[in-house]
Write a protein that binds this ligand. Structure first.
Ligand SMILES: Nc1ncnc2c1ncn2[C@@H]1O[C@H](COP(=O)(O)OP(=O)(O)OP(=O)(O)O)[C@@H](O)[C@H]1O
Ligand SMILES: [Mg+2]
Length: 406
């Protein structure tokens, strides 16, 4: 089963593009489910049919679903939540507040994503398309079963094994609500499922993450950030989709400036998301609602009989590893790239130029204060060291020019 996740800033067109992709997959004969895990659903509006928490067939081979967060939380988190609530109430916390707090941040959307495990197990679909909440926060969270583990160790006063013996003893001393075996059991089960989901989502044969954005400054910047995190956490991104591009044939002077601005950000996006292929989708003359319009949109993203479930890019565009008290970044460039190499860091962005080839990479926080140096290009892999600034090289700007060996 293929899993395709569309993510991007609020309002860029994720839901529309997810629905359009699903329609195209179904038309190609694949059993397709499009599923919204966003807490604020709009998939039903996009498809223009009512949807519920269970998949519903909306066209031949096409099913759609808007997951129900309360139901999912009850299923996956219920016992744990009850105990956390009891614990907080025991500490004198208001019942209503306790109810809100008893869900770890992000747990609600993660519980929604667990539907993917269920659909995989059912074997009912060839492809599941996920219309995710903005910016892929949830996937970041999924990379941290350890963080959840850390929470749990602090929340649970004593390890489970000791518990069986200790519980009756403890009870006679304190009246604190203690986690039952059922609570431990459901936490264990939840972690197992999350780990299983994580394994699927980092496997490029199974999952693809696709970035949706509009050619505007803030939107491209946020998509760059998502791309950075997806890369860091090794989620396989395979496509960038630039939506709402004013078509060439629009000649109204009112849009002239807009078109220039858009062209500038499309070029920037090309440098930022390379080597992912990029698709552009025109701004339509009306909202994209209903199967007819979605079909038009699908044809713009995946022209002809192109299969949206194919893997459009394979590999990790860049990697970062710690090296002493600095870092080493490797960037994959097409191996044909040759020429003079220039590196420049401005704020949190690194600008790389090799001959005519340009790349803009958003840097993770620990690298922002460091200086890029010792760049080396070898067989299509550019390696850059990031080190603490020394006195002579301590300027915010760092330019390094070396003759690159292609
Ligand atoms: N290329 C386009 N041309 C015209 N209208 C579009 C285009 N793409 C999206 N829209 C419209 O823009 C609105 C927002 O799109 P959509 O709901 O797909 O965005 P979203 O990223 O899912 O938003 P949210 O973050 O709120 O979930 C919808 O009314 C949709 O029909
Ligand atoms: Mg949406």
């Amino acid at each position: 089963m293929r899993i395709i996740v569309y993510t991007g800033k609020g309002g860029v067109g994720k839901t529309s593009i997810a629905a359009a992709t699903a329609l195209k997959c179904a038309q190609l004969g694949k059993r397709t489910l499009v599923m919204s895990t966003d807490l604020a659903h709009s998939l039903a509006d996009s498809l223009d049919v009512p949807l519920g928490p269970e998949p519903r067939e909306v066209a031949p081979k096409l099913w759609a679903q808007e997951t129900d967060v309360y139901h999912n939380l009850e299923t996956h988190w219920g016992t744990v939540k009850e105990w956390l609530e009891a614990l907080m109430a025991w500490r004198g916390m208001d019942r209503l507040v306790a109810d809100e707090l008893a869900v770890l941040p992000g747990m609600d959307e993660l519980a929604n994503l667990l539907w993917i495990n269920r659909h995989r197990d059912s074997g009912a679909y060839d492809v599941v398309i996920v219309d995710a909440a903005p910016t892929g926060e949830t996937l970041r969270l999924l990379s941290f079963p350890d963080v959840l583990g850390w929470w749990m160790e602090r929340l649970f006063p004593i390890q489970r094994k000791a518990m069986g013996v200790a519980r009756p003893l403890l009870r006679s001393f304190i009246d604190m609500p203690l986690p039952s075996d059922a609570v431990y059991g459901s936490i264990e089960k939840l972690f197992e499922q999350l780990e299983d989901l994580h394994r699927m989502m980092v496997d490029p044969d199974q999952a693809s993450i696709r970035l949706v954005f509009n050619p505007e400054r803030m939107v491209v910047k946020e998509a760059q950030r998502t791309y950075l995190y997806m890369n860091l956490f090794q989620y396989p991104c395979d496509l960038a989709v630039c939506n709402r591009v004013i078509p060439d044939e629009v000649e109204d002077p009112y849009f002239r400036h807009w078109k220039e601005t858009q062209a500038q950000y499309i070029a920037l996006a090309g440098e930022a998301f390379a080597p992912l292929p990029m698709r552009t989708v025109p701004l339509f003359d009306d909202q994209v609602v209903g199967l007819g319009k979605l079909g038009q949109m699908a044809a713009a993203v995946f022209p002809g009989d192109e299969d949206p479930t194919q893997v459009f890019y394979r590999g990790q565009p860049h990697t970062i590893e710690q090296l002493g008290d600095g870092y080493r970044m490797t960037i994959r460039l097409p191996s044909a790239v040759k020429g003079e190499l220039s590196l420049r860091r401005v704020g949190d962005e690194l600008f790389v130029r090799v001959g005519p080839y340009r790349r803009t990479i958003l840097l993770p926080r620990p690298l922002v204060g460091l200086e890029p140096r010792g760049a080396k290009l070898d067989e299509g892999v550019l390696t850059i060291r990031f080190e603490r600034a020394t006195k002579e090289g301590g300027s915010q700007w760092n330019k390094e020019r070396t003759a690159a060996r292609g």
